[in-house]
Design a protein around this ligand. Sequence first.
Ligand SMILES: Nc1ncnc2c1ncn2[C@@H]1O[C@H](COP(=O)(O)OP(=O)(O)O)[C@@H](O)[C@H]1O
Ligand SMILES: [Mg+2]
Ligand SMILES: [Zn+2]
Length: 610
Amino acid sequence: MGYISFYRKWRPQDFGEIIGQEYNVRTIKNAISNNRLSHCYIFCGPRGTGKTSTARILAKALNCIKGATPDPCNKCENCISISDGYSMDVVEIDAASNRGINEIRELREKVKYLPNILRKKVYIIDEVHMLTTEAFNALLKVLEEPPEHVLFIMATTEPNKVIPTIMSRCQRFDFFPIPMDKIKERLQKIARSEKITISDSALNLISKYADGSLRDADGILEQLAAFGEDKIEVRDVISLLGVTDLDMLFEFTDILIEKNLTGGLLLVNKITGSNQNLKVFVSEFLDHLYDLYVIKNYNNPFEIVNISEDYKDKYLGQAKKMQKEEIEFYMELFTDLLKQIKWGEGSKVFFKSAVVRAINFIVLDEKEIGKKTRLMETQIESLRKEIDKINSMQEGNKNYHNHRADVGTSVYENEEDDFDIINSNEINKMVSEVEVQSKHTVSGGKAHKSEMADAGVEKKDEEISLINNNLDKISQSLKKKKISVHAMFTEAVPYKIENGTLYFYLDKEKEWHKDHLNKIKNIELISSVIKEVTGKDFKIKFELGKKMDKIDVISDAESEASSKSTGESRAEDAENKASNSSNSKDGSSEKSRTEEDVFNYFEKKFDIKE
Ligand SMILES: Nc1ncnc2c1ncn2[C@@H]1O[C@H](COP(=O)(O)OP(=O)(O)O)[C@@H](O)[C@H]1O
Ligand SMILES: [Mg+2]
Ligand SMILES: [Zn+2]
């Protein structure tokens, strides 16, 4: 006997040898035993999953000399003629080869005749979806009234292309891709019997590459065996198929997980330097990512992905170490890369840059973002306290101002562009101390609040907010009406509202300002301006501050923004002030400008987004 290729030699000869399609086999065997066979079957499923093999076994089962049996003998003339393909009563039609026109015409003519030798005529129509419309129609006619002595078995890899009128006349069986482990097991069996030595990892790679098709697996093993006597290794599989070593895919994924740039660059060299096809590598890496994604996100992932037992732990381990977003990012990145890869050097550059991008990708998950935000909040809170402290120090420690005065300029007048009222060393120190201080800040914050309550500050007072929010407008309007009043007014800070009286605060050195502002004419003017701007009637009173360092009236978080802007425009106003007015500024301007500058600095430094 001449050389018989593996897939023929190893074609299953009875139902027991069909791998993987247990449900189909059981159902068909039962139907035979109970004599409840249909006239027409359709076997749907990818190539190399056992459709033709099952059809032939079924033909034997009906025609074995023993009589219809789920276990044909494979020894009788009937069985052998079917196995060897010379029985006149078992007709195989390949609709893919010439779209079946002549065959179906012939079938129509001959179907009415009884079988020559066998009990049942069996027509096996492969790739039935490829039939022409005429052939389909002819077939349909036959199927409408199939003769008793005929059995039709159709097979298709694309059931969705089979017209429904045919489909509905057949009993359908679905053939599924063969699991990797079963493929490997079968290859081991063939290798043993054919005396082929092959490494385990080479078997794994073939099983994976066969992608559910036993026909392909058989074919690959056969080709490798034809190379020579030596043991078959992974590299042989790689060079035969141009595929990627599974372990290389794991290695590459590890490199991404570990953000190992050096390792990544070495691997890139290894891949681009070998005869590994880049396109194949990338597309197999995408498959790998997909498997990891499924494993990461589904409860029973191994029902979806076809993975060998040997590798399950490895896959699970990698999936665990990766974040969903990370895998999604890589999938997107490498899908784009796959579109860019063509032949030639250019592709290597794309490949390298994609690898570098992948390695540098960082996922900030919600937890991390939350952590970061909380840290920033603590830092800001702590800075706020520091600034308060510094402000309160100013009163007792005039050196601070003096230092600025030495430079020959007011503290504020050149503050447009920087915040060096607190120098950057101090800020750095603050930041490094932030964590230590965060505890202190919490309790400190409480103390601060109660102090304010004692002082009778109506922190959440809406009306105070209203005044604060409109302070700019009030000030502008006043400026137009009476510049001297306006100049003094800019020194004052809205403090509290009590029994319809709006109290303004002035630094305790500003006695003269206070008296002047409190003159009835001026009070009336200011009050009318406030009414004009806010629509509210207030009695107005200016008082000297007891503690100008505690300007908590505008520390209300809601009015924080307005207090900042107020501070700014009020400082501006002050610049336009009449020359006879004092060149010192009110505390609120100082505080808010400083604070704002520091915030801005930190916003930039830590890239805080609102
Ligand atoms: N389920 C299976 N069990 C055992 N061998 C199979 C199976 N499916 C395919 N094979 C192998 O692949 C070859 C081709 O199988 P075949 O039945 O023609 O597949 P299909 O018709 O689905 O493409 C067989 O000769 C056999 O070697
Ligand atoms: Mg087939
Ligand atoms: Zn037999």
